[in-house]
Write a protein that binds this ligand. Structure first.
Ligand code: ADP
Ligand code: MG
Length: 229
């Protein structure tokens, strides 16, 4: 049995001045070293749940329990938002942990060929896929055991998207990194996950585990999401 590095129990988040809850009674667990996904349409409460893990939601009333037993780091949809456009990537990578050697090592770990050049580049001087790789390397600088990746591939073209997915899986296996992968794309999550939580209107409507290599969904909602992709 693997220990859960994250357990969310009955999380409800309601923004002030809003009558409906953004997240309603959500429970989920991420076992250490697992690839766990949270999937749902836009507005279903995925990001609010993800931000709640790090206590990053402001202006809301929160109920429920979050047991985070590991160091967590985030990767977001738009890698531009992770970076200051006026600072070279290397300086941003080493802002907290001033270890250039480690930064270069992590750049090669995220499969950046010309690590030294990228290290010395500004964010706009590298491709979108490379920028997302650097964002992942930056998240890894703090040596997290949990990586919360909120739609990390949504802004990328399909080829680059699958390269980033392959990278995430290889980091998961090599570094025993637990990943909470967030996406609106259920077929994509189905390719790589061990466990999938399907969200709808702030609630978890289905939890599915990979069995004999594939997922079987039972709710009509998840079946529909799986078809439309
Ligand atoms: N800062 C905020 N203030 C008020 N409402 C918010 C805020 N952030 C998110 N919401 C609302 O919470 C719900 C869930 O949003 P979100 O978690 O961002 O959805 P998702 O990531 O699944 O697209 C949405 O209805 C959204 O409008
Ligand atoms: Mg979101």
């Amino acid at each position: 049995m693997t220990m859960n590095i994250l357990e969310i129990e009955n999380l409800t988040v309601r923004f002030k001045d809003s009558c409906a809850s953004a997240v309603e009674d959500v429970s989920l667990a991420v076992p250490g070293g697992s690839f766990t996904s949270m999937v749902g349409e836009t507005g279903s409460g995925k990001t609010v749940t993800a931000l709640s893990i790090g206590g990053l939601v402001n202006g809301a009333v929160t109920q429920g329990k979050i047991n985070l037993r590991a160091k967590a780091a985030y990767v977001f949809q738009d890698p531009y938002s992770s970076f200051n456009p006026l600072m070279r990537l290397g300086r941003q990578l080493t802002e907290v942990n001033k270890d250039k050697e480690k930064a270069i090592l992590l750049l090669s770990k995220v499969k950046i060929q010309d690590a030294e050049r990228v290290y010395n580049s500004y964010p706009h001087e590298v491709s979108g896929g490379q920028r997302q790789r650097v964002a992942i390397a930056m998240a890894l600088m703090s040596q997290p055991q949990l990586l919360v990746a909120d739609e990390p591939t949504t802004a990328l073209d399909v080829m680059t998207q699958s390269e980033i997915m392959v990278l995430l899986v290889s980091l998961q296996k090599e570094m025993a990194l637990g990943i909470l992968f967030i996406t609106h794309d259920l077929p994509l999550a189905g390719k790589y996950s061990d466990v999938i939580y399907v969200m709808q209107k702030g609630r978890v409507v289905e939890r599915a585990e990979r069995e004999e290599g594939k997922f079987t969904f039972h709710s009509d909602y998840a079946k529909k999401l799986f078809e439309i992709g």
